[in-house]
Design a protein around this ligand. Structure first.
Ligand SMILES: NC(=O)c1ccc[n+]([C@@H]2O[C@H](COP(=O)([O-])OP(=O)(O)OC[C@H]3O[C@@H](n4cnc5c(N)ncnc54)[C@H](OP(=O)(O)O)[C@@H]3O)[C@@H](O)[C@H]2O)c1
Length: 233
């Protein structure tokens, strides 16, 4: 059984991961923006929120965290023609999608170096490889940054027993189907997916569960694509 800090545990992929990891016998310390339902509150748009989360999670875990899963994220569009909105979107996206994950990785690496081996799983996106829509430059850039961050940690700390993995989901049905499809371009998106369906959160959760405990150490530095072959590298 591992003590696992999982961000973005309230809904979508995070809620599915919370369920899968708990069912596998792990002790999951979850986070959401507002907290509640046993989750720790942390708004990653606020400076140092990740630092406070790490401290609270470590206490709740009895002093030892074994696995960090950076899953929380936002996908908010920005109008190129609106300079203020563009600026705000970049600031929010980088703070929530990248900086908070980096801050938690920093704590995790120092913690694992002091207390023993550990694993980091960063939920990036297909967008980090392929880019995203014209309204989401910031999102693709943040997710690409997350991939580079993961590889850097894997290469830098493998000798300390610290393993780092990334997952790059494509479209994953995390809301009501109609709302979700509408927010991602409607039915046309299915034509771009050879499997003919968007991923289920449970499929991504299963990859998180496997990476958290069973994946062999030599896999460190790898990125798992979960996108129905819509982007094959
Ligand atoms: N769904 C997809 O199609 C897709 C595709 C590729 C990658 N991903 C990535 O997969 C991860 C999970 O996505 P999802 O679709 O499951 O997301 P989701 O259903 O929108 O849930 C997002 C999670 O992040 C938390 N969160 C949002 N804003 C936050 C903030 N300011 N501070 C702290 N936590 C915050 C939310 O907490 P609250 O409930 O409290 O707001 C929630 O738990 C994200 O990193 C996303 O970029 C998703």
């Amino acid at each position: 059984m591992a003590n696992i800090l999982l961000t973005g545990a309230s809904r979508g992929i995070g809620a599915a991961a919370l369920h899968a990891l708990t069912a596998a016998g792990h002790h999951v310390i979850g986070q959401s923006t507002a907290g509640g339902d046993g989750l720790i509150a942390a708004d990653f748009a606020q400076p140092h929120a990740a630092d406070a989360l790490w401290a609270a999670a470590r206490d709740r875990a009895g002093g030892r965290i074994d696995v960090l899963v950076n899953n929380a994220g936002v996908f908010e569009g920005a109008d190129l023609a609106d300079a203020a909105a563009f600026d705000t979107a970049w600031t929010r996206s980088l703070a929530i999608n990248l900086q908070s994950a980096a801050d938690l990785c920093r704590h995790a690496v120092l913690h694992f170096q002091a207390t023993g081996p550990g694993r980091i799983i960063n939920i990036a996106s297909r967008a980090g490889h392929r880019g995203d829509s014209p309204a989401h430059w910031h999102y693709a850039a943040a997710k690409g940054g997350m991939l580079a961050l993961t590889k850097t940690i894997a290469r830098g700390y493998a000798r300390d027993g610290i393993l780092a993995f990334a997952i790059t989901p494509g479209f994953t049905m995390t809301g009501m189907a109609e709302d979700y499809l509408a927010s991602r371009g409607g039915d046309k998106l299915l034509a771009d997916i050879p499997l003919g369906k968007v991923a289920d959160p449970e499929e991504v959760a299963e990859a998180i569960r496997w990476l958290a405990s069973e994946a062999p150490a030599s896999l460190t530095g790898a990125t798992l694509d979960i996108n129905g072959a819509s982007y094959v590298r």
